[in-house]
Design a protein around this ligand. Structure first.
Ligand code: ADE
Length: 375
């Protein structure tokens, strides 16, 4: 009789063969023989973003940077601009740096060995395993949150998803599955089947056990414990920030924008001149009179109140944006932004749309606000 692990591996591979979603980084080759550059790009995009969203953006990225050599030669601002809206921009910078590092290798090819892959910027153990297995069939695990959840449930292992020991446990079990006879020579497909199962069936809430190919093997299901495995962890504390953004328009209808500092949140991306400060019940934030001075915008008169406010959440921050408007006075000559190394430029909205900007700044800078400036 086949071992439990062999049964699990065979069932997963058969299921994936029949049920895999049609995603633009998957065809035409099966997992294990993918284009290595396509795999590098898709795995970077997928690091923090849902597959459906990546599916919309991946073809465009490849059209703009068709090969590793194209990406390595590209300007960082162009890579960031193409990444605009996907968030977590460090990924774009790391992807670009990784392409440059590979282009400098003797054969300018991505390594097959996960240890060599982890030497690249932004390539952790998961991404290294995904590239090595999906592109080259290297028998090495690719354990992300989806895979950890599947394995914790399969073994009824009552651990938190991100807790100590979970990754090691999931890695160990994935390695055992890869060593089975059915998975031999199909490492890429087995890893991607685990990812796919976690993304589509063995989901964090309300897993669809009735549709799961591994239902018969699943120990959490046997114990009716699938809802409490993995164990919930306390929610992360978000830092509360205020961001006062000033839309300044000149007589030619151009808007003043500045580049953000080179480090930190939304590093080096463009924005309307913006002041960040702590937010909270005891923090009223800067007034219309204070803002021009604090932002090094001498001579500017703001409207008395913000014209719009909205809240933008990132993983670690809750940012309360306030949008102010001002018409540029006749002899207005703004210098760089207060953080230094923050050049400022006048641009039309259609030029701004081509730059690297965050989603909240996109909302601030690209909305139709003509009526606000009518004088
Ligand atoms: N998430 C990470 N890698 C993926 C892949 N290859 N397919 C679907 N979702 C993924």
């Amino acid at each position: 009789m086949a071992s439990r692990d062999s049964r699990i591996a065979r069932t997963l591979l058969e299921w994936f063969d029949a049920a895999a979603r049609d995603l633009p980084w998957r065809p035409p080759g099966r997992a294990g023989r993918r284009d290595p550059y396509h795999t590098l790009v898709s795995e970077f995009m997928l690091q923090q973003t849902q597959a459906a969203r990546v599916a919309e953006r991946f073809p465009r990225f490849l059209a703009r940077f068709p090969s590793l050599a194209h990406l390595a030669r590209a300007d960082e601002q162009d890579v960031l601009a193409e990444w605009s809206g996907l968030g977590y921009y460090a990924r774009a910078r790391n992807l670009h740096a990784a392409a440059r590092a590979v282009a400098d290798l003797p054969h300018a090819r991505l390594p097959h060995d996960p240890d060599q892959l982890t030497a690249l910027p932004g390539v952790g153990r998961y991404t290294a395993g995904a590239i090595a297995s999906l592109a080259f069939n290297t028998p090495t695990p690719a354990v992300d949150g989806n895979v950890s959840r599947v394995i914790l449930r399969l073994e009824a292992k009552d651990l938190p998803l991100a807790g100590p020991g979970t990754l090691a446990f999931a890695h160990g079990r994935a390695t055992q599955l890869l060593a089975t006879e059915p998975a031999r020579a199909s490492a890429g497909a087995l890893n991607e089947a685990l990812i796919e199962l976690g993304a589509t069936i063995c989901t964090p809430r309300s897993p669809r056990c009735e549709a799961c190919p591994l239902a018969r093997e699943c120990r959490a299901r046997k114990l009716k414990a699938q809802a409490r495995i993995p164990r919930a962890k306390p929610p992360a504390r978000q830092k509360h920030l205020r961001a006062d953004s000033v839309l300044i328009r000149d007589r030619a209808g151009r808007l003043l924008i500045e580049r953000r500092p080179r480090t930190g949140l939304w590093a080096a991306m463009w924005q309307a001149p913006t002041l960040e400060s702590p937010a909270g019940p005891d923090e009223p934030g800067p007034t219309a009179r204070q803002l021009p001075r604090l932002l090094h915008l001498p001579g500017l008169n703001l409207g008395p109140r913000p014209v719009e406010t909205f809240t933008h959440a990132t993983t670690h921050r809750l940012v309360q944006f306030r949008i102010w408007t001002a018409a540029a006075p006749r002899d207005f000559a703004p210098g760089p932004g207060p953080a230094g190394d923050q050049p400022r430029e006048w641009k039309k909205q259609d030029q701004i749309a081509m730059l690297a900007i965050s989603n909240p700044q996109r909302r601030i800078l690209l909305a139709d606000r003509d009526s606000l400036f009518d004088r």
